[in-house]
Design a protein around this ligand. Structure first.
Ligand code: MV4
Length: 517
């Protein structure tokens, strides 16, 4: 096993990897930019190396600087986290050439999945079901028209170099197709330096379900569990869960076997995720593969009992997978909420600044993977993800109730966060019934919020009553808060607790539990 590894990332994921290292007796090296000198990952790591200015190209995306930091600190391997250089084949190759282990797949696997047309060609060979369409770039408008006619409108035009919702366009009729193709091609050229565009049939209101897979260097590939990731806004996931309530055991096995096929076709090593679109008839189609550990990996850890980051380190060190497919048993349910520093009442604008007060939930079934602490200043320069709140329980209902309880305990002062949005999601009848697709959150955000003067005047009384009914707090919803995040205390010596009882007001001292060294 490695003695020392470098983590080429920041925030909660860097902390997550540091924790795995600590448990395995591996020394961790954090890297940081100017605005991250006081970041939690720097405080928690055994060693740290300065990279440069805040701008990612000068720090977390700068390959020479990161390799130099690894050499200086004597790290044998680099964990890339997610985002930044995690899916950069050039970086993986540069690590290989520098004699440093890249904790992830080979650059060849990454390149295969980086091009959507290349991936579709290989998946076709491996008999993987994918959305009907072409597996090569469109050579002319005539070809696009011909294929669209065959598969039927609406269709999707997608950039080969795109992914994650970038570089795609829906087309509903033949008369729009020619100009849409030109626009998509020129946008792809500008965004990715590659104008290749292919065509797919448009799947109406799909679910986004993804399968976690794991490969080792001995040719083994297994699937773990699927995650339901349909609750998203502008291709940014907000809530994820495992397992997906729409997927039955037979569908899970078929999906898992397809995902393993994808992994084997790509000679895949380490943690990867195969994304599927699922239509209302439960047909599933390969969409793309993410060649990294994902933000939402904790929900899979909770229902499988497997520490995915520790497994990544073992596999990267050359160990065979310690588990076989038949050893994997799913138990219970898990949901993750992504806590972002953004204002849901103001178009989700970023809300950087100092965290003046932090009261974090804990208790049964609650896990928090966080990159923040009280007093820390959230910089504007990077992704606004602050923390992930994960609940685990016997079934989905218990998990929803645990999350509502935990949200009532959560207080983040000084900045705006999206915590209020989660209360709405968890109370929504469609969410509670498991009726989610990729349009769910947009629909919810168009619904009126209760208690708003403007909406009260605008909304018919019946709709308002229905909305009030849908948002009725459960027994135990949080009472009003005062400025420092403590429950508004009417009596001098006792505050009202969530369940209506009282407790001494001296609990203030226990508020800070984010372990900062
Ligand atoms: C689609 C689609 C419908 N039909 N492809 C968006 C992200 C990118 N990875 C693929 N995406 C989609 N591709 C066809 N043929 C709908 C989406 C889509 C979507 C997919 C996954 C998660 C959220 C989404 C939100 C809107 C659209």
């Amino acid at each position: 096993m490695f003695k020392r590894i470098l983590i080429a990332n920041r925030g909660e994921i860097a902390v997550r990897v540091i924790r795995a290292c600590r448990e395995m007796g591996i020394e961790s090296v954090a890297v940081y930019s100017d605005v991250d000198r006081r970041a939690l990952h720097v405080r928690k790591a055994d060693l740290c190396e300065y990279l440069g200015p805040a701008q990612a190209s000068e720090s977390y995306l700068n390959i020479p600087k990161i390799l130099e930091a690894a050499r200086r600190s004597g790290a044998e391997a680099i964990h890339p986290g997610y985002g930044f250089l995690s899916e950069n084949a050039k970086f993986a190759r540069a690590c290989r050439e520098a004699g440093i282990v890249f904790i992830g797949p080979s650059p060849e696997s990454m390149e295969m999945m980086g091009s959507k047309t290349k991936a579709r060609q290989n998946m076709k060979k491996a008999n993987v079901p994918f959305v009907p369409g072409t597996d090569t770039g469109l050579k002319s408008a005539a070809e696009a028209l011909e294929v669209a006619e065959k598969i039927g409108y609406p269709v999707m035009l997608k950039a080969s170099a795109g992914g994650g919702g970038k570089g795609m366009r829906m087309v509903t009729s033949a008369k729009e197709l020619t100009s849409a193709l030109e626009t998509t091609q020129s946008e792809a050229q500008r965004a990715f330096g590659d104008s290749e565009v292919y065509i797919e049939k448009f799947i109406e209101s799909p679910r986004h379900v993804e399968m976690q897979i794991f490969g080792d260097t001995h040719g083994n590939v297994i699937y773990l569990a699927e995650r339901e990731c349909s609750v998203q806004r502008r291709h940014q996931k907000v809530l994820e869960e495992a397992p997906c309530s729409f997927v039955d055991p037979d569908m899970r096995r078929r999906m898992g076997e397809v995902a393993v096929q994808v992994g084997k076709a790509a000679n895949y090593v380490n943690a990867g995720t195969v994304e599927f679109l699922v239509d209302a008839q439960k047909n599933f189609y390969f969409l793309e593969m993410n060649t990294r550990l994902q933000v939402e990996h904790p929900v899979t850890e909770m229902v499988t009992g497997i520490d995915l980051v520790q497994l990544q380190l073992r596999v990267a060190a050359g160990e065979p997978l310690p588990i076989k497919q038949e050893d994997i048993v799913l138990r219970g349910h898990a949901i993750e909420l992504r806590v972002y520093a953004e204002d849901p009442d103001n178009s989700f604008f970023p809300s950087p600044g100092r965290i003046t007060r932090l009261i974090s939930p804990s208790g049964p079934g609650i896990r928090r993977d966080s990159g923040m602490y009280e007093g820390w200043v959230v910089p504007l320069d990077y992704d606004p993800l602050l923390a992930k709140l994960i609940a685990y329980g016997e079934d989905r209902t218990q998990v929803i109730n645990r999350l509502r309880r935990a949200l009532a305990e959560y207080f983040i002062g000084g900045i705006k966060t999206n915590i209020s949005l989660f209360r709405r999601i968890l109370l929504h009848p469609d969410f509670q019934a498991g009726r989610v697709d990729t349009g769910f959150l947009d629909r919810l955000l168009k619904e009126p919020t209760v208690g708003d003067e403007r909406t009260a005047r605008r909304v018919p009384i019946v709709a308002l009553a229905a909305a009030i009914f849908a948002q009725q707090p459960a027994p135990g919803a949080q009472p009003a808060r005062n400025d420092d995040g403590l429950h508004a205390a009417t009596p001098r010596t006792a505050v009202t607790t969530e369940n209506g009882g009282t407790k001494p007001s001296g609990w203030k001292t226990a508020a800070r539990n984010e372990g900062v060294r």
